[in-house]
Design a protein around this ligand. Structure first.
Ligand code: ADP
Length: 413
């Protein structure tokens, strides 16, 4: 392994940990002096490390903020068999650079905050116990979030750890947006539509206020199209509806997740003899773009393929995304702006164009082909009834911001 990234030692350092199902990403942020007085000053990214393919084909890479690779290595699977091992390894890689300035706080991406957490929280034993109870609602993500939290708490019990939730941005939804038409007692027990990707949407709402304040104040639909995909309806920068529900399976189809399906299909599969685990693994891991195409969950691979089912998968994806936009526009009572973000949304002119084709007659959307091909910030023509924007997201930056805020509140207390 080559040298690890040095960071500016004079300023406090925050680590942001994003532990996914087969990867862990750690980012180092430096808290500038100005952030001590102003909640809105964004910590600066210094370096980023990640391990992908945990337990399968582990690959570590660490980069400085400017993209320079400072460490890269493939590991035998026995050496990085689980998340604990992966976490130790990245921490070790980045620790050389952190020697003079150990982190003063760690911010975690945590998928589910349930009904209880409507904002970022300082982690203690009670928070951990509550997050544990929420595991069944995010079985593929929450356990890994907790593994990272526990590993750090074991090594440095006094260190401030902050949980930032994918659900929190949606906490103010009207009961109509949270209901499922099941017996009401289940709603009271927390079986309700929460919505996810909230860190991304919170970041986009913040960015929109800066880059397009006139749109930010209005009725906006944001399409977060990454490996996971959802859409959020916002009014004046606040979430009013999400396409995701109780779990991150709902809404539009994704890389490997099915999105909304007839619940009767699940009952049918169970009656045919599939176990709950088999159904879960199919709905989360073998459906969506991968399931339809039989080729890949990666949008780039499907766009590059001539196979009829690759085309069918992309057509269905665009059709369903546009349908969800129609649904959210009803919730908003109209539409003042459409924003694309995340891996596919921010980088794929073709997918944006395919989705917008469905929106021409109903919303008068007119894309500017050149602007769209260049992923410019505004990709619609002046004559488009609805402005269409591309705004890259930064979920980790949002976590760093919330963590810096709680760090400051702790100091002021
Ligand atoms: P995650 O949800 O894991 O954060 P990302 O937001 O990085 O994922 O999105 C990953 C998806 O973005 C993949 O399907 C990838 O193919 C797609 N993607 C990235 N760049 C492009 C591109 N230029 N064109 C089409 N799809 C892209």
């Amino acid at each position: 392994m080559s040298t690890a990234p040095p960071v500016q030692p004079v300023h406090p350092v925050i680590l942001v940990v994003n532990a996914g199902s087969s990867s862990i990403k750690i980012s180092i942020y430096v808290v500038p002096d100005a952030a001590h007085d102003n909640v809105d000053v964004q910590p600066t990214l210094a370096a980023h490390g990640q391990i992908e393919g945990i337990g399968v084909k582990p690959h570590l890479i660490a980069r400085m903020a400017d993209g320079r690779v400072v460490a890269e290595e493939h590991f035998p699977v026995e050496q990085v068999a689980d998340h604990n091992a992966a976490f130790r390894l990245i921490r070790l890689t980045l620790s050389v650079g952190l020697r003079d300035s150990p982190p003063v706080a760690i911010g975690h991406r945590v998928v589910h905050g349930g009904v209880r957490y409507t904002d970022a929280v300082r982690i203690d034993d009670e928070v951990i116990a509550t997050l544990e109870e929420l595991v069944p609602l995010a079985p593929l993500h929450q356990p890994h979030n907790l593994t990272a939290i526990r590993a750090i708490r074991g090594a440095a019990p006094e260190l401030l750890q902050v949980a930032c939730f994918d659900t929190a941005f949606h906490a103010g939804h009207d009961p109509l947006a949270q209901l499922m038409a099941l017996p009401y007692e289940y709603y009271e027990r927390g079986v309700r539509r929460y919505g996810f990707h909230g860190l991304s949407y919170a970041y986009i709402a913040r960015q929109l206020r800066q880059v397009a304040p006139e749109i930010a104040r209005g009725r906006v639909i944001v399409a977060h199209l990454g490996n996971g995909a959802s859409l959020c309806a916002m009014h004046d920068g606040k979430s009013v509806e999400s396409t995701m529900g109780l779990t991150a399976l709902d809404g539009m189809p994704m890389g490997t997740r099915c999105g909304s399906i007839d619940p009767g299909a699940v009952l049918y599969l169970a009656a045919q003899g599939m176990s709950a685990e088999e159904i879960q693994s199919m709905l989360y891991g073998k459906s969506g773009l991968l399931g339809i195409s039989g080729i890949s969950s990666d949008m780039r691979a499907l766009l590059a393929s001539d196979a009829p089912r690759a085309k069918l998968a992309v057509d269905f994806y665009a059709y369903r995304a546009a349908q969800e936009i129609g649904k959210l526009a009803v919730t908003l009572g109209g539409l003042d702006g459409l924003v694309f973000t995340a891996g596919v949304g921010a980088n794929s002119p073709e997918v944006r164009a395919r989705i917008c084709e469905h929106l021409v007659d109903i919303f008068g959307v007119k894309l500017d082909v050149a602007a769209n091909n260049e992923n410019r910030q505004r990709v619609s023509r002046d004559t488009s009834r609805i402005p269409v924007l591309v705004v890259p997201t930064d979920e980790e930056g949002m976590i760093a911001l919330s963590t810096a805020r709680l760090l400051r509140e702790g100091v002021e207390r």
